[in-house]
Ligand binder design. Structure first.
Ligand code: PMP
Length: 460
């Protein structure tokens, strides 16, 4: 079938979609009276749907994934070449793209040394939790099994990944949860819990130490944190936060696990988000941007010290990591990921991300001067959030319907943006922008202009 937008009749696909496909994160009632969107093609920053509509995509595939943009033929070529040579063998053995990718990736992550491959961000995080738990069993007699996570952070969709997620609206209906996960407070300065103070970041980090002391440091094995909270409201960390978190982890012998599923592989202008903050994690997980959605691949990366815990006693059958991910052996993943990294390097996309991210943030700050609805603008690289409030003094968040109306207005004008949902107990009505790392000033102008117009229409 020739998928030229507008030239085909996709009514059968639309009807099959409406009748048989269960969409993610979607209330299907509305498809009784309207068509579901069926996306048929993408090129660069743009996608087309089955009705021939063209969209400028400001969220890289809806969920900050397609970092190098759509329609990359060299990634498709690399994947095809690998598939006909060797599509699969379990990762109990190595394969050539897997080995090459691991070497290249570790070259971007000083202090880390081992890459464990799986398929999704949730799975990568589950591997990390299993690593922490096994170390607790083998080294600490079952103690140090608790894992801290932060209010408003998200770590995935499986029950245990949800157990470590600080967003009640995404987990509330799926309990009971895996025991041993303990929440620490968020660090969003705009919604300061510690008053107006110069050392807000330090105070927010010390709140983690309070939890550790309450739980007992000898029971806590790790803390998992997003470098910049994504779905919980694009929360950039306050000054001084990360060095204090690192210091606390070292003080109590707690592994620092950074979830780079969103920030990883260029999104913030460095290879990894944590690299802005001069810290050294013990475990890093990543997924979405690793192969920009051209293949399913995720990674759990550890230091050699963590890895060495799993070969301490070769005579003990319980000492090695007794874990496997069948599709972690799909060779298409690392083949796509290698080419994805080459593109980022050869096209100077980290530099473009820093430059364009700065431009986007400036334009959003200018937008804030024109629209009372904007309470706060935050971001790093091509990863920005615009928090909407009814009133700047009280900071009362707008109703969810307002953010959704802005998203819908942009969409009807050909620009796809995102928005976090307002939680029951967390204010996070935030517009999200994460365009591909290839974007230009013209693309960003079109995105910001669409939001500008939408804000004007919706507030009127
Ligand atoms: N961690 C973070 C920070 C995420 O944003 C997500 C997905 N939105 C995940 C983990 C889970 O990734 P996946 O959907 O691939 O399981």
């Amino acid at each position: 079938m020739n998928l030229t937008p507008g030239n085909n009749d996709f009514s059968e696909a639309i009807e099959n979609d409406r009748t048989h496909v269960w969409h993610h994160l979607s209330q299907h009632k509305r498809y009784e009276t309207s068509d579901p969107m069926v996306v048929i093609e993408g090129k660069g920053m743009r996608v087309w749907d089955a009705r021939g509509r063209e969209f400028l995509d400001a969220v890289s595939g809806g969920v900050w994934t397609v970092n190098v943009g759509y329609g990359r033929e060299t990634i498709a070529d690399a994947v095809r070449e690998q598939l006909v040579r060797l599509n699969y063998f379990a990762n109990t053995a190595g394969n050539v793209p897997g080995a090459q990718f691991a070497g290249k990736l570790i070259g971007k992550m000083p202090g880390l040394s081992r890459v464990y491959l799986s398929n999704s961000g949730s799975e990568a995080n589950e591997k990390a939790y299993k690593i922490v738990r096994q170390i607790a069993h083998n080294k600490y007699g079952g103690k140090k099994h608790k894992i801290l996570y932060r209010e408003r952070d998200y770590h995935g969709t499986t029950i245990t990944a949800l157990s470590s997620t600080g967003q009640i609206q995404r987990k509330g209906q799926y309990g009971p949860f895996t025991p041993g996960f303990v929440e620490v407070p968020h660090c969003l300065e705009y919604r300061s819990q510690y008053g107006d103070c110069a050392d807000y970041g330090e105070k927010a980090a010390r709140a983690i130490e309070d939890v550790i002391l309450r739980e007992g440091p000898d029971t806590v094995g790790a803390i998992v944190l997003e470098p910049i909270t994504a779905g919980g409201g694009v929360i950039t960390p306050p000054e001084g936060y990360w060095p204090t978190v690192q210091e606390i982890c070292r003080k109590y012998d707690i592994l620092l696990h950074i979830d780079e599923v969103v920030c990883g592989v260029g999104r913030t202008g460095k290879w990894f988000g944590y690299q802005h903050y001069d810290i050294q994690p013990d475990i890093v997980t990543m997924a979405k941007g690793v192969a920009s959605g051209y293949a399913a691949i995720s990674c759990t990366v550890t230091t050699e010290d963590v890895f060495n815990e799993f070969k301490s006693d070769p005579a003990d059958p319980m000492s090695y990591f007794r874990d496997i991910s069948t599709f972690g052996g799909c060779a298409a993943g690392p083949a796509a990921a290698l080419e994805n990294m080459r593109i980022i390097e050869d096209e100077n996309l980290l530099e473009n991300t820093t430059a364009m991210g700065g431009y986007l943030l400036d334009r959003l700050h200018m937008l804030k001067e024109r629209h009372e609805l904007i309470g706060d603008v935050r971001g790093k690289g091509l990863f920005c959030g615009v928090e909407l409030v009814k009133d700047r003094a009280s900071k009362e968040p707008v109703d969810e319907s307002t953010a959704q109306a802005i998203v819908a207005d942009c969409m009807s004008n050909g620009v796809i943006i995102g928005a976090t949902n307002r939680s029951f107990d967390v204010y996070n009505n935030t517009l999200c922008l994460s365009p591909a790392l290839i974007c230009t000033k013209d693309d960003l102008d079109a995105i910001v202009d669409a939001i500008d117009n939408a804000l004007a229409r919706v507030s009127a």
